[in-house]
Every structure is written in C-alpha cells, then in structure tokens.
Design a protein. Structure first.
Length: 746
C-alpha cells in the first residue's frame, strides 16, 4: 500500500519504545512533546499504540479526544485517506500545543485497527503535526512504528534484565535490517540505588556499536506530579531530569527526515492478533507481549525475500553494492572467516556476513534507504557473496523447474511447463561468468576460453549446463534443470495426469519381472524423473549401479552405487566416459544397471549387459516416438565402431529391449506418457513393436488445457504368461479397450 503525500510541510515522526513496561517511556514522550512544541511553531500529536488503552496521555493533558476507531466510524476509512482537514478539526490540542490520538477507547475496538487504517491517517496528520508514537512492547506494534519513524527513542533503565532484553531485541532488529543508526538510547533513572553503573551500561551497548545518548537521573518529583495530574517539564523546568532531556531535544532539532513510502511489512492479521493477545484472557500470556507464535510469524513474514524488478531502486544501487561487497570481503579476511563452498547454507556464516553488511551500511553518510530497501540490499549482497547472485531468488522458488540465462538481462524460468521472462537481472556478462565459476569450482571443473563448455550440478542435485564465449556468440549462457527434492511417486503422476493407475501398475509389474525398459522423450519431458519413479519399484535386496554424465538420479534403495563420468582435463587427459563406466560396472556384480541417458557408444555395452544376465535394467534416450527411440539406439550402437551386420544389431536390440515408455510435453506444458510399447521381435530386417497403452488427445478445454484419455489397445504383452509363472497377479482386463470391457460386462 503506497500513499502519495506531499513532502512540503512533512513533520517529524518519532517512535518511543523500550524493552519492558515501567522504564519511564511514556513520561519521556509526554515531557519531550511539551518541550518540543514549546520551541517550535508546530503542534505535536502523541499517538499511543497501546492495545490496553490506558489513556495516560489524555489524563495528563486533560483532553477528551476521539480515537482512531471513533474517527473511522464517523468519517469512514476512505475519507480519512483523502482529506487531512477532516482529521485536523476533530483532534483537540492542549494549551501547550500537544494533542493525543488514541487508537481506541475500548479494548474490543483495538482489534479493528490495523496498519491499513493507521498509515493513511498518520500520513495526513504528519502534514500538520509532528507525530510522537508511544509504542508498547508488542512486536508488530514496534515494527509498524519503526518503519515510518525518522528516529526511534529507546528508553531503558540500568538493570540487567532491561539491558539484556535491549541487546537481544536490538540484535533482532538488526537481523530484520532496521537501521540502528536511527535509534537513540535514553537510560532513565541511572542513579537509582543498586543500578548498574553508567560505565557498565555503556559496555552492553558497545557490543551493538551503539552509544547511550543521555543518562537521565532519578527524579522523585515525577511520580508525585503524575499523581497530581501535572507534568515535570511545566512544573520543574530547571530540574536535573529536564536539563538532561534537553540533550534529546537537541538531537530532535538536528533530525533529518527520511523518505517514507507509508507501507507496513506487518499484515493486518499479525497486528490484530498481537493486539488481542495482550489483553484477551484466551489468547494472552504473562509478560505483556504477543504469543511467541505470532511474533515468529510476523518476523518470518517481514524477513521473507521478494522477487521484484529494479525500477524502484535508487541509481547508485549497483555501485554501492560493489563497494560494500569489497568492504565485506576485507572484513571477513580480517576476522579470518573462510567462505567455504557451502557457506551460504551455514546460518552462522550468513548471520555474521549480514551483520557486517549492516554495519557498513550504517556508516554510509546520508544514505536514504528504507528498511525494505536495506533488507533487499543485504539479501542481494549475501546472495552474491555466499551464493549464486541473482539466481538465489529463483532457486528459492520450488515451483520453478528450469532456469535459463540467455543474457544478463534476459533470464527465463519454466513453471508448470510454461516459459516466463523474469525481472531478475545480472549486472553484466562478467557477473554471469562469476556465478558459473562458483557453480563448477567445487566439482573440480573449470570454465574459461580454453574450456568454454561445462556440465555440472548444484548441491541440491540440479543439473547445470554452461557455455561462454567464444562458443556462445551472444554471451555466457546458463541452463539449470531443477528436480524435486522429494522424488515423484505414482500418486503424484496420477494427480498431474501424467499416467493412469492401470498403466503404472503394469509398469511396476514389468520392473518386478525384470524387463529391460527404455524411457524415451524429447528435451524437458521428464524422462529422468520418470526413470527415478520406475526405479523405486526395484526390490531392496538387489544391488543397483547407476551410471550418469551428471548425477541426477535419487534412488531410494540402500544398496545403490552411483557412478559419474569425468571430462578430460585441460591437457585432454583423464577422461572417463559413460562407456568406460558401463564396462566397469559389469565387474561390480550388479543386479540392475541404470544408465541415466544413452547418448553414444555406451548403448552397445548397455545392450550387451542386458543380454548377459542383467535383466531389469533401465535407461533413457532422446527420441520423439518409440520407433524413433529404437532407430536412435541402433545408430548409437554403430557409433561404437563394432563391425556388426545390421540384422545382428537389430536382433540384439530385440532380445535386449522389452519395453519403451514414451513421454511427451504438450502445448499447455503438461507432460504425459503417450505410449507404452512392447518390442515383440524381428521380421526379416524390421524390428516389430506393439503398443500396449496410449494417450489419445480429444481436444483442449476453455483454459487451454489438453483433454484426453489413457487407453489400452486391447491385447496383453507377449510375455504376459510370465507374470503367472513368477506368481504375480496382473488382471488381463487391464489391457482391454473400453469397448471390450463393455462387451464383456466389466
């Protein structure tokens, strides 16, 4: 919610807060308001953000003002956002130029008040008044006030409990990217007997890089005057306490106002829940604050990163980020903090770097950044220092299945099978290359002009392909294929509409029967994911060896050995191919061999393994139809250089490959199993196949979604009797067409 207000005549907004009740915060607010109004030509409006509606300020000033809740009822929320004059005329001001606007007079009305109501009202009133927000210790109340305050006056007392609570809360505020340079500390009643000495108090704040602005003495006249409904700054203007208050007054006098966007990171629900938790017998708890769960949810909501464009950022953003980046790295070297390859996953390292970045930001002169901008700045900086820069935003989104960087300012994603141009931007081509290097370095790989093409994977298993100049004429290009952290199972595929239950149960039976299966499909059709699902049916007591170019499979069995190929080094040596690994795994006593993808000469070795006692093996292949898959398999075997006649090669394929499962991606982005095809033999020089299941598209609905059905073709596979031989029950009705079922009453 953004509210456009004129910057002319904009008043100061001060928020007053403290670690607990009873530190004298409201006394400071009241006295400072009168003192400030006395030296300015501008009236002061105190807004007590007090869910307990105790009315302390109104009683002290002898006022009977309407509340925010009253004004909303009388004028309507919409009117309050438009006409500031309506508000000004409704708020009485005392003889000292100070008014009060409580949020409600009844506790039940507090739950109806939220940032959506308060922000536009305060925005209008700040054109007439200087605003003093007296904030209770409820967390969402503080967050709301701190976001719009030009200065936060933190009032505490020199007791260990108050100081420990202050340090803890300041650390939380710093982690939430509140600029602590806007906080001024007032230590009240510093000379009470038994209090911690001022020198010791300073030590508490030194760990926060903060100084106490003023130590106010204990003044016994303050409680006496309060009981007489009198105010210290009026009755005792020469007291030591009032003289100490003048230091705070001088700080306010030199205060520079900040640009405000009049938006709150706290939702209405969190605000109202925290307000009601303070006094509701059902929801409250001892200690005068909201329930911990509401605090946690509000903190999480306010700290959540958002995906947005660069239009709302100041022009110095990138230059500042590069400068702070360098200073953070120097600070880490001084503190001997080593950034390992997985430093971004270490919460302690991330928190340490975040604190350093915040401290460096606080030292920048005249830096006009809102808390949201500071939070975004630090998040982007952490992503660059500890992670993969702008990609981190996308990698945090589990709905994204593919990330494609075509150029620094052209980053696409795939969601639900659809390509989308994002608002994510890299600074330049050099930043793209640096991110690629960060990805491949932990794997012992490199990318430069001598090795401009690389395949790699992220720690979460995502597959990465990168190519740079001179091969990539348009500049460095990065493609990341992401996989679900939890492998898809049959129920997921039924929900997606990828396959029906009968067909999946048949494939499960084929895996248990140790049939060799090829999963075929085009790029991005989900071959590897489906292969992973099929492999889950392999019994736990069998030894599985997987062979891949880039390790992607996530088998669930315990007895699983993973092998991964290796490219040659810079000297062209040390290469280990898929074919080498397939040959080697035959010496490792496998029950099943799973090859992530056959794409070359290893196809011949795979066929030989399938034909020599390693039935039940699985692999994938790039092809658009089952027939194309067999043709491509044939071509890859010829790449091995074996001098085999074509009839012998096709005979080998017929005896080795039992099933081809074809996956296709449709125009609406959905992926489906379109064919389950059996290889039945060879007739002369032709490989014979038989479709057992098909997906038949019947149309497209009004939302553009593909409409169709899975259907059997009417005949069971040739090896159907083997199910009974192995004691497996597969009903023959599962292979009947709809017409056959109707004709036979099924």
């Amino acid at each position: 919610m953004d509210i456009a207000t004129s910057g002319q005549g904009q008043g100061r907004i001060l928020a007053f807060a403290g670690p607990k009740e009873g530190v004298g915060k409201s006394t400071v607010v009241l006295n400072l308001a009168l003192a400030w109004a006395g030296i300015q030509r501008r009236n002061v409006l105190i807004v007590p953000l007090d869910p307990l509606v105790r009315g302390e300020h109104t009683a002290a000033l002898g006022l009977n003002p309407p509340s925010v809740a009253d004004l909303v009822r009388a004028l309507g929320a919409q009117s309050l956002t438009i006409a500031g004059g309506l508000l000004k005329g409704k708020i009485p001001v005392s003889q000292w130029g100070v008014g009060v606007l409580p949020i409600a007079h009844k506790r039940a009305d507090v739950q109806k008040i939220s940032p959506r109501v308060l922000l536009p009202m305060i925005a209008k009133l700040s054109q007439t008044f200087d605003i003093f927000l007296d904030v209770e210790s409820s967390f969402p109340m503080q967050t709301f006030a701190f976001d719009i305050a030009d200065m936060v006056v933190w009032v505490t007392q020199p007791s260990r409990n108050n100081l420990n609570a202050t340090v803890s809360m300041f650390q939380d505020y710093r982690d939430m990217h509140f600029p602590l340079d806007r906080f001024e500390v007032v230590c009240n009643s510093y000379d009470l007997p038994g209090s911690i000495e001022p020198e010791e108090v300073e030590k508490f704040f030194n760990q926060l890089n903060k100084k106490v602005l003023v130590f106010l003495p204990w003044e016994e006249s303050i409680p006496l005057l309060a009981n007489q409904v009198k105010i210290e700054v009026v009755e005792q203007p020469q007291s030591l306490w009032v003289k100490g208050l003048r230091m705070l007054l001088g700080r306010v006098l030199n205060l520079q106002t900040i640009d405000k966007n009049w938006a709150s990171a706290v939702s209405d629900e969190d605000f109202q829940q925290a307000a009601s938790a303070l006094w509701s017998a059902k929801g409250g708890f001892e200690g005068g604050g909201p329930a911990p769960s509401s605090i946690g949810s509000a903190l999480q909501a306010s700290a959540a990163p958002t995906l947005a464009g660069k239009a709302d950022l100041p022009p110095f953003w990138e230059e500042l980020k590069q400068r702070i980046h360098g200073e953070v790295v120097k600070s880490l070297e001084v503190e001997h903090v080593r950034l390992s390859d997985n430093a971004g996953a270490n919460p302690e390292t991330r928190a340490k770097v975040s604190r350093i970045a915040d401290q460096l930001l606080s030292k920048q002169p005249n830096l006009q950044l809102s808390r949201d901008q500071r939070q975004r700045f630090v998040n982007e900086l952490l992503d660059e220092i500890l992670g993969y820069g702008p990609l981190e935003e996308l990698l945090r989104d589990p709905s994204i299945t593919e990330i494609m960087v075509n150029a620094p300012d052209r980053v696409f994603t795939e969601r639900a099978g659809k390509l989308i141009l994002t608002k994510v931007r890299f600074r330049d081509e050099e930043q793209v290359v640096q991110v690629i290097k960060r990805i491949v370095a932990p794997l012992g790989k490199r990318i430069d002009e001598s090795v401009p093409l690389v395949d790699a994977r992220l720690q979460d298993g995502s597959r990465v392909n990168a190519i740079i100049r001179p091969l990539a004429v348009s500049g460095p290009t990065l493609t990341i294929r992401r996989f679900s952290q939890k492998p898809f199972g049959p129920e997921d595929y039924y929900r997606f509409g990828t396959i029906n239950r009968e067909c999946m149960e048949f494939l499960k039976a084929c895996v248990l029967l140790r049939k060799n299966i090829i999963v075929s499909g085009g790029t991005g059709t989900g071959k590897t994911t489906f292969l992973n699902a099929l492999s889950s049916y392999i019994p736990e007591d069998e030894r599985i060896i997987s062979v891949e170019d880039t390790a992607e499979l996530k088998l669930q069995q315990v007895h699983w050995v993973r092998l991964e190929s290796r490219p040659p080094n810079v000297e062209g040596k040390g290469e280990v191919t898929i074919r080498d690994l397939v040959k080697n795994c035959l010496r490792m006593r496998p029950d099943r061999i799973v090859v992530g993808e056959c794409r070359g000469a290893e196809a011949l070795d795979m066929l030989q393994a399938m034909n020599t006692g390693h039935e039940g093996s699985l692999t994938t292949i790039h092809a658009n139809t089952p027939r194309d898959a067999l043709t491509r398999l044939e071509a890859m075997c010829l790449m091995a250089g074996a001098d085999l006649p074509i009839w012998a090669l096709r005979e080998m394929i017929c005896s080795a490959v039992h099933m081809v499962v074809q996956l296709s991606r449709f125009a609406d982005g959905t992926r489906k199993v379109t064919y389950v095809t059996e290889v039945t033999g060879r007739e002369e020089n032709q490989i014979l196949t038989h479709d057992i299941y098909r997906f038949v598209q019947t149309g497209v609905d009004e939302r553009g979604k593909v409409v169709g059905k899975f259907t059997a073709t009417g005949e069971p596979p040739k090896f159907y009797p083997e199910f009974a031989t192995k004691g497996m029950h597969v009903p023959v009705e599962a292979f009947w067409t709809e017409q056959q079922k109707k004709a036979r009453g099924k």
